[in-house]
Design a binder for this molecule. Structure first.
Ligand code: T4K
Length: 401
């Protein structure tokens, strides 16, 4: 083999028979965890005390630490989904709720559980969050609330949505599952927006507890009502249930993991943002590729790196790029490739016409991003995407959409 044939061979994407850019496949994500030694004393106390749940000292300490950080009232929950469900109930929502379809299914399930009717509204192409102007146009006589999502960690346009909600007397809830540590344009932490915000502390999130969530907000009475709903709807045992609640309590083990993680989370977020910047630099020369980004001076927590792949410019669509990257040892996720108005459970609201949502759903591809990821693999992923782009024509012949 002559020198140029050898170079060609090295340059060939793995999906066309070349060597993968990564000798060992990457993880899509790794949960960020505090060193296990930091958890052992707490675990020993937990074992000795035997109080595993029902608002034990660890859950209370975690709720206090969250409240101090967010400068808001906080009720801990078993998951982001339960947090969102009780947020809808705490506001007594029963009518029409405006929400995006470009999100995880839980965003739509929560208001549906509360008995609401859903109306899906368009998002902005720059950051994937709810478009306030489209919301304004969608408000009808039965509209009761807006449920907006800080997608991938990008904060919504809080000012515009709050003004709209106030003007029309609507409740405003933020699904902040992706956005612990993100900040609004005015520098305030996500957690203080609208009437209530619902966080997720799932294993895949910036602050991972395994399962967990929280309702947060500046209105003490609404957060207190949410806490009651998460505890079977009872304010006190003597009185019993006075609201239609559920068991949405956070367990002590999860709170312990959260307490150990909280002092580290800002470092983890900084690391995520550094890696995101490295991806951005590495990918910026490529045509047809860009990243969803926080708008208007707001700040993301780097929860997910969402790449927008324009097939006409890049030469391959998001699905084809995902297949080619998998061959290179780079796992990806197609969040949120099936928008909610295309899912069976939301069929009653499937008549929405959402051109931007449909385009983003077909174009988005999330790349590996987590604090433990070293800089070298990020360079390798960017190199892989670059050589996949150069061989787009051949790849199109072997990889179906
Ligand atoms: N609102 C929004 C906008 C949301 O995105 C979510 C949840 C919610 C509300 C509801 O919050 P929770 O009720 O879940 O607290 C994940 C999560 O299950 C889900 O929390 C998340 N959004 C959704 C976007 O994604 P998958 O299907 O991507 O997870 P999975 O199992 O495919 O794992 C992804 C990667 O993470 C794999 O590479 C494996 C790795 N992983 C996963 C788990 C669970 C780990 O390394 N460790 C783990 O423990 O769903």
């Amino acid at each position: 083999m002559n020198a140029s044939a050898a170079a060609d061979d090295r340059d060939r994407p793995a999906v066309l028979g070349g060597n993968p850019v990564l000798a060992a496949a990457l993880s899509f994500l790794r949960p960020s965890l505090a060193p296990i030694q930091d958890l052992l004393p707490g675990l020993e106390r937990l074992w000795a005390g035997g109080m595993l749940t029902n608002h034990g000292p660890l859950e209370q300490a975690f709720a206090g630490a969250l409240a101090a950080r967010l400068e808001a009232a906080v009720a801990c929950a078993a998951s982001g989904t339960t947090a969102l469900m009780v947020a809808c109930r705490a506001l007594g929502l029963r009518g029409e709720v405006l929400l995006p379809a470009l999100t995880f299914t839980a965003t739509g399930l929560a208001p549906l559980w509360a008995g609401c009717r859903l109306r899906f509204v368009e998002v902005r192409s720059e950051d994937g969050t709810l478009d306030a102007a489209a919301c304004a146009a969608a408000i009808g006589p039965h509209t009761e609330a807006i449920l907006a999502v800080h997608l991938f960690g990008n904060p919504c346009d809080r000012t515009a949505l709050e003004a709209l909600a106030e003007r029309h007397g609507l409740a405003l809830i933020f699904d902040a599952a992706h956005a612990f540590g993100s900040r609004y344009a005015d520098g305030r932490p996500v957690g203080q927006g609208g009437l209530l915000e619902a966080f997720s502390f799932h294993a895949t999130k910036v602050l991972p507890l395994g399962e967990g969530g929280a309702v947060a907000g500046l209105a003490l009475d609404l957060v207190a009502r949410s806490a009651e709903l998460l505890n079977f709807g009872q304010a006190s045992r003597l009185e019993g249930s006075r609201r239609l609640g559920l068991n949405g309590k956070m367990q002590e083990w999860n709170a312990l993991v959260g307490l150990a993680a909280l002092p580290l989370v800002d470092d983890w977020i900084r690391r995520r943002l550094d890696l995101l910047a490295a991806y951005r630099r590495g990918l910026s020369p490529l045509p047809g590729i860009d990243l969803l980004s926080p708008q208007g001076g707001s700040r993301s927590n780097g929860q997910y790196l969402a790449l927008r792949v324009d097939a006409a410019g890049f030469g391959l669509d998001a699905g084809q790029l995902a297949t080619a990257l998998a061959a290179e040892g780079v796992p990806t996720q197609r969040y949120f490739g099936v928008p909610l108005h295309r899912q069976e459970v939301f069929a009653a609201a499937s008549d929405a016409r959402l051109a931007v949502t449909e385009t983003l759903a077909s174009q988005l591809l999330c790349l590996p991003l987590y604090p433990e990821l070293a800089a070298d693999p990020v360079d390798a992923v960017c190199r892989a995407i670059e050589r996949i782009h150069r061989h787009g024509r051949q790849i199109r012949l072997v990889v179906s959409r």
